[in-house]
Design a protein around this ligand. Structure first.
Ligand code: UDP
Length: 322
């Protein structure tokens, strides 16, 4: 089969490209390198079944040509990271909303299936865990920039589902929960690469807030397996699926795990949210997915433990800092 990955030079997109190529498919990537990187796909250059365009999905003629030449589309191009969202809300909102609109419109012309990558951010401040796909979204006020990300992703979801209902376009929405692994950069605030880099340098490990907030981290290789399996399932179209790990850990414990895995002399440094992000920043206390729905569809569950995730990120950071 032929697949298009928007954002294919990004962290998740490049792992998805690896996965599809290994499965014997032909892969087309479009990425404007705003947060993606050539480093992520350099090893694929020159492979006969791999094609890439460094360009924006705002380039309508190119986007249409790419969509026309494939069987299905993974739409992963988006603004990433809470830090970027807080610092550049205009870019976040415009990239997420316009980008998804363009991709769906192009796909609708030839009825090409589209997987829309969404985020666990859409659950917002909901406190009833685990989060189920049909739970209410509980978002904060528009005066707090963080919520613009969740809101823009929610619009992407509405749009994807509207194209399914109104235009018969096969679309499926996947909500990703803290995907981590090699190639993820700490530049946009992501906690695992940040902690690993700090620990390897024996610098203070910056725990934001009191460190009692929890997350479930998922290895990117587990995630791309799920994305691939989902897009091939016609029963999945018109629906939303959580994809994430279920091993919950506090950020403070994560910091200690990383320090121990790297035999680091680092100590924990507690940084108030106002200093880490912006005045009045709101974090989520717990973020735990229900994966019953994706399990029922595919029998999928994450195979890689948090220790394996940390080990892979440490190996990657060591290899790239040499
Ligand atoms: N975090 C932290 N120290 C850092 C970076 C992040 O304590 O150097 C915290 C952050 O406040 C959040 C969690 O780690 O509670 C996960 O942050 P990340 O940006 O990776 O993902 P999020 O779940 O916020 O989308």
């Amino acid at each position: 089969m032929r697949f298009l990955i928007t954002g294919g030079a990004g962290f998740i997109g490049s792992h998805l490209a690896d996965h599809l190529l290994t499965a014997g498919h032909e892969v087309f990537v479009i990425d404007d390198l705003s947060t993606g990187s050539m480093d992520n796909i350099r090893h694929l250059k020159g492979k006969s079944r791999f094609h890439y365009e460094i360009d924006t999905i705002a380039n309508g003629p190119l986007l249409h040509e790419l969509v026309d030449s494939v069987d299905s589309v993974f739409h992963l191009a988006a603004a990433v990271g809470v830090k970027l969202v807080v610092e550049s809300p205009v870019r976040t909102i415009e990239t997420n909303i316009h980008g998804t609109g363009w991709v769906l419109a192009a796909a609708a012309m030839k009825k090409k299936p589209v997987l829309v990558a969404s985020s666990s951010e859409v659950y917002g401040k909901a406190t009833r865990v685990p989060f189920r796909e049909d739970d209410d979204m509980v978002l904060g006020p528009s005066s707090k920039a963080r919520w613009s990300y969740a809101c823009s992703k929610a619009i992407d979801e509405f749009l994807g589902l509207a194209y399914f209902r109104e235009r018969g376009l096969p679309t499926v929405v996947v909500r990703l929960f803290n995907t981590v692994g090699p190639r993820q950069t700490g530049r946009y605030g992501m906690v695992v690469p940040t902690f690993v880099r700090q620990a390897l340098a024996h610098e203070p490990v910056t725990v934001y807030g009191d460190g009692q907030q929890t997350r479930c981290f998922t290895h990117v290789r587990d995630v791309v397996q799920a994305l691939y399996d989902i897009i091939l399932k016609t029963e999945a179209y018109g629906q939303v699926f959580n994809v994430g790990g279920v091993q919950e850990i506090s950020i403070e414990d994560l910091a200690r795990r990383v320090i121990s895995a790297t035999s680091s002399r680092s100590e924990l440094s507690y940084v108030p949210y106002d200093r880490a992000y912006a005045e009045g920043f709101e974090d989520m206390q717990r973020r735990l997915p229900s994966i019953d729905k994706v399990q029922a569809l595919l029998g999928w569950s994450p195979q890689m433990s948090l220790d394996k995730i940390i080990e892979d990120v440490v190996a990657f950071e060591q290899a790239t800092s040499e």
